[in-house]
Design a protein around this ligand. Structure first.
Ligand code: TYM
Length: 330
């Protein structure tokens, strides 16, 4: 049976891109497989300048949002990366045989480092730590959005190289589990929805805040007047309907858009209603968890304890095979 692992950075609020690309799938997968492992990857969030107080707050907010979105500590282990030090230990080992060129080729590295005057080495090593996150649990299935596919390719290369040197088939080659909503665009309808681009809708935003963002969101650029027929295939709002609205509504939107029956605002109002229907229970649970923080903290502690058990076992085996086990007389 496959082992599922995935991670998310506590780099800001959980937004509907993360939710549709990954978290909703985590929640679905935990029903099918007990023992899935999900991690708030705080070591990944310190590769740029940051404020410790803000990071502390964001880790808490992210953990609370994940449970509010439906992760169940009875079915899955959820924990914070820096609570399990084996992540960085395995990461160092992996850096010793990851070619520099492979790291320099990573699209996310090129995008992020492009404008930097001084590039932290941690930014370059980021995908090695990601490989360690996954392989520490010998996970072979990783539910992620499309932007992580290249990093997973590198994780597979690392697993293959390590296995070739130290032990056939010890590490599985982890594969991405993608959803139909693997790449959610931001409200500009152009770039990936991402906190750093300021084009997100937060999972815990109020009905009014969501509407204020949806109202001006970009639609089919060729549909200038309400009477112009639109093309749903190029409209980001239609893509969001596919994610939030029932199939009959999606079919209706398609017809109404192509025939100019509905204007874009009418279409957005229907989307807004369906988004609110899905997100309100999440917001309510997040509020309840804010009032009972011990439920979140206990769940994280228990998740970290399970994770640590698996991680220590993997490291024992890795170190033994690499000649790094406890020193004895030679
Ligand atoms: P992060 O924190 O940027 O995103 C978390 C998850 O959300 C997905 N995602 C999206 N999916 C669709 N459309 C979008 N606009 C969108 N934005 C984000 C991401 O693909 C991801 O699945 N490097 C990872 C974190 C990480 C990790 C790991 C993931 C560290 N170690 C091990 C898996 C396994 C990242 O920065 O994700």
């Amino acid at each position: 049976m496959s082992r599922i692992f995935s991670g998310i950075q506590p780099s800001g609020e959980l937004h509907i891109g993360n939710y549709l690309g990954a978290i909703k799938n985590w929640v679905a997968l935990q029903q099918q497989h007990t023992g899935a492992i999900f991690c708030v990857v705080d070591y990944h969030a310190i590769t740029g300048n940051y404020d410790p107080a803000v990071l502390r707050q964001r880790r808490w907010d992210m953990a609370r949002s994940l449970f509010a979105a439906g992760l169940d500590p009875e079915r899955a282990s959820v924990f914070v990366q820096s609570d399990v030090p084996e992540h960085t230990e395995l990461s160092w080992i992996f850096t010793t045989f990851t070619p520099l060129g492979d790291l320099e080729r990573q699209t996310q590295f090129k995008d992020k480092s492009g404008t930097m005057e001084s590039i932290p080495a941690g930014l370059l090593m980021y995908p090695v730590l990601q490989a360690a996150d996954i392989l520490l649990y010998r996970a072979d299935a990783v539910p992620v959005g499309e932007d992580q596919v290249q990093h997973l390719e590198l994780s597979r290369d690392i697993a293959r190289k390590w296995n070739a040197r130290f032990g056939e088939d010890f590490f599985p080659e982890p594969k991405p589990l993608l959803t139909p909503t693997r790449r959610i665009l931001g409200l500009d309808g152009k770039a990936k929805m991402s906190k750093s681009l300021g084009n997100t809708i937060g999972l815990l935003e109020s009905d009014e805040e969501i509407w204020q963002k949806l109202r001006p969101a970009v639609t089919d650029p060729n549909r200038v007047r309400k009477t112009d027929p639109g093309n749903p295939e190029v409209c980001n709002i239609f893509q969001l309907h596919k994610a939030f609205s029932p199939a009959e509504t999606v079919a209706d939107v398609d017809t109404q858009c192509r025939s100019a029956g509905w204007g874009c605002i009418d279409c957005k109002k229907v989307l807004h209603a369906n988004m609110v229907a899905e997100l309100t229970p999440i917001r309510t649970r997040a509020q309840q968890l804010a009032e009972e923080p011990a439920r979140v903290l206990d769940a994280l502690a228990s998740g970290a304890s399970t994770a640590r058990g698996i991680a220590q076992e993997t490291m024992r085996e890795v170190k033994t095979r690499m000649g790094l086990d406890p020193v004895r007389q030679g």
